[in-house]
Design a protein around this ligand. Structure first.
Ligand code: AP5
Length: 216
C-alpha cells in the first residue's frame, strides 16, 4: 500500500506517518527529513538547500523528484511507503504519476489532513523530536510518557527545527497556500483524494486514516 499525506505545515503529516509506519510496516518518506539529513551531513546538496529551507521556501522540483525516485527504488519500499511532504507542487505531482507508471507502481490513497490555520503556529511552536530516533513530540499535545525520555528509544536528547521560528513558519504557510494547496483539486479530479479532520486528537486522526485505508 502506497499513501500520500497532504496538508499544511503542522497538520500532523509526520506524526501520522510515523504511526502508520509502526502499524503497517510501511516506510515513511519525509522529504523534509531527507533534506535535513543532507544538511547535517554537510553534503553539496545540503549546502545548496539550507538557505532555501531556512527561508521557508521550496527546494527546486528537479532535486526533489530525483530524490524521491531514487528512494522509492530502495528495497525497503517494496512493502509500501507513505509520502510525507511530497509532492508539493503540480510539477512534482505530475512527475510522481509518470515515475510510478514507469516503475509499475501506484498510489492507493491520497489523504488530505484538513486543519484550521490558527492552530498550526501553536502546533509548530511546541514541536520537538528525539535526537536519537527522530520520534516527534509536542510540549502540550504529545509529551513523552516519562518527561525528558524518548518513548521509543529511551534517549534523553531532543532537538527543535531551525525553520520552526514564527517568521519562517508564516512563509511556509504562504508557500503551502500558493504552491501545494492547488494539488487538492488535482487529486480530487483523479477521485483518489480523501479528507480527514486533522483538528481532532492525534489518535482520533489515526483512527480516521485507518478507516480510509482499510475501507477501500
Ligand atoms: P517538511 O519537513 O516537510 O515540513 P512541513 O511540510 O512544513 O511539515 P511539518 O513537518 O512542519 O508538519 P507536519 O504536518 O509533519 O506536522 P507534525 O506531524 O510534525 O519540509 C520542510 C522544508 O523542506 C520545506 O519548507 C521545504 O523548504 C523543504 N521541502 C520538503 N519537501 C519538499 C518538496 N517536496 N519540495 C520542495 N521543498 C521541500 O505535527 C506538528 C506538531 O503538532 C507536532 O509537535 C505534533 O506532536 C503536533 N500534532 C500533530 N497532530 C496533532 C493533533 N491532531 N493534535 C494536536 N497536536 C498535534
Amino acid at each position: 500500500m502506497n499513501l500520500i499525506l497532504l496538508g499544511p505545515p503542522g497538520a500532523g503529516k509526520g506524526t501520522q506517518a510515523q504511526e502508520l509506519e509502526r502499524r503497517h510496516k510501511l516506510v515513511q518518506l519525509s522529504t523534509g527529513d531527507m533534506l535535513r539529513a543532507a544538511i547535517a551531513s554537510g553534503s553539496d546538496l545540503g549546502n545548496e538547500v539550507k538557505t532555501i529551507m531556512d527561508a521557508g521556501e521550496l527546494v527546486p522540483d528537479d532535486i526533489m523528484i530525483r530524490m524521491i525516485s531514487e528512494r522509492i527504488d530502495q528495497p525497503d519500499c517494496a512493502n509500501g511507503f507513505i509520502l510525507d511532504g511530497f509532492p508539493r507542487t503540480t510539477a512534482q505531482a505530475e512527475a510522481l504519476d509518470k515515475m510510478l507508471d514507469e516503475k509499475d507502481m501506484k498510489i492507493d490513497h491520497v489523504i488530505e489532513m484538513s486543519v484550521d490555520s490558527e492552530v498550526l503556529i501553536k502546533r509548530i511552536a511546541g514541536r520537538f523530536s528525539c535526537a536519537g530516533c527522530g520520534a516527534g513530540y509536542h510540549d502540550e499535545f504529545q509529551k513523552p510518557v516519562q518527561d525528558g525520555v524518548c518513548d521509543h528509544c529511551s534517549k534523553t536528547e531532543f532537538t527543535r527545527r531551525p525553520d520552526d521560528n514564527p517568521e519562517t513558519v508564516r512563509t511556509r504557510l504562504d508557500t503551502y497556500e500558493a504552491q501545494t494547496a492547488p494539488l487538492l483539486p488535482y487529486y480530487r479530479g483523479k477521485e483518489s483524494l480523501r479528507t480527514v479532520d486533522a483538528m481532532a486528537e492525534i489518535d482520533v486522526v489515526t483512527a480516521e486514516i485507518e478507516t480510509v485505508i482499510g475501507g477501500a
